[in-house]
Design a protein around this ligand. Sequence first.
Ligand SMILES: *Cc1c(COP(=O)(O)O)cnc(C)c1O
Length: 433
Amino acid sequence: MHFENTLTFAQALDAQDPLKNFRKLFHIPKTKTGKEVIYFTGNSLGLQPITAKEAILQELEDWANLGGEAHFEGKNPWFSYHKLLTEPTAKLVGAKPIEVVVMNTLTVNLHLLMVSFYRPTPKRFKILMEGGAFPSDQYAVESQVKMHQLLPEDAIVEIFPREGETYLRTDDITKKINEIGGELALVLFGGVNYYTGQAFDMQAITKAAHEVGAVAGFDLAHAAGNIPLKLHEWNVDFATWCTYKYLNSGAGGTSGVFIHERYAYNSEIPRLAGWWGHDEKERFLMKKGFKHIIGAEGWQISNAQVLPMAVHKEALKIFEDAGMDRLWDKHLKMNAYFYFLIDHFNQSQAKIKVEVITPKYENQNGVPPNGVPPCGCQISLVVQNGGKNLYNFLMESGVSTGWREPEVIRIAPVPLYNTFEEIYQFVELLKAF
Ligand SMILES: *Cc1c(COP(=O)(O)O)cnc(C)c1O
């Protein structure tokens, strides 16, 4: 790709962008002086779709006019509201409709999935995780292990990058899996690491886990709506993700779950049950004896969270219209443009050096069609001496980035609503720091 370090070039890239009109579908936050914020924190909380309000109002109106009758008589009957999300969700994560359901929230779903898929025995009881996983995942896993009367220090194995390296090598992960071998019950990894932005080779990890007889589950909080996913084809056992990051469905929003088809009919798998997971035809007979729905829906516990789901429905529509292929093409171009500008920046001055700890594409043509991307939208920057000051300076200058202790500034140019010009302006601001 040919790039130039000028504002007019960045603007030309935006003018040619086939997705340029999607930005208009979102509310862009404003600074105190009324300027549009350069919003690079879509990895943390995605922006609000303009249609979100209307979608919520529709459900409020049905509630006002119909009361409980809206379960069956509403425009979008609440009884089956979650089903409106199934097709677009399946498409987004590369699953069959029977394999996905939207319910609860992310950490809650992690717990529910571990209840079903972490079944330690005296011989096979270990869980392999990425070192320094997101705290909620660490707490969830620790507490699950303790529920089985095991000690976290015996049961949880963390894998860290090699000395002097910032991210994990796939070979080291699969080697570790083989090493733990018959003691390994579960590999629980992120799809994309929240700190470094590294995307993991989920297919290779799953294959290695299966070869030693373990289960492979993924937390896709930073992967869903960010990188292309083929969960069914990769043979992943289970996965879950939140919808308020790249999926733009609002703080505290609902969560998605994937459970591979091979478990769909299995009534032997232990699960925490509730009436919404019960066979729909008999749900209102209020009878004794739980009979699960076939597929991921059989893991539901409670009735659908209609208001957050209304937002999610709108957000998923936008993804369907944009298409993951086009989003991914734009991501590759944005990523390459960012590196082009940051290399110029590092070479042009000696005041600060911006080091990127996120794995890079090997060349600017991105990954081969079936290759594994090294990262998604997020790029994690380390600036020696004064990273936090730079973060504050950016914030005051109308750029929203994410600070993560101890030393990382995370930026996520998101193809749905960010522009090439914003990337250009970001690097210009580094010069002014
Ligand atoms: C954002 C995030 C969470 C948040 O969990 P909630 O239950 O939605 O609050 C958990 N795990 C990871 C890896 C995350 O990135």
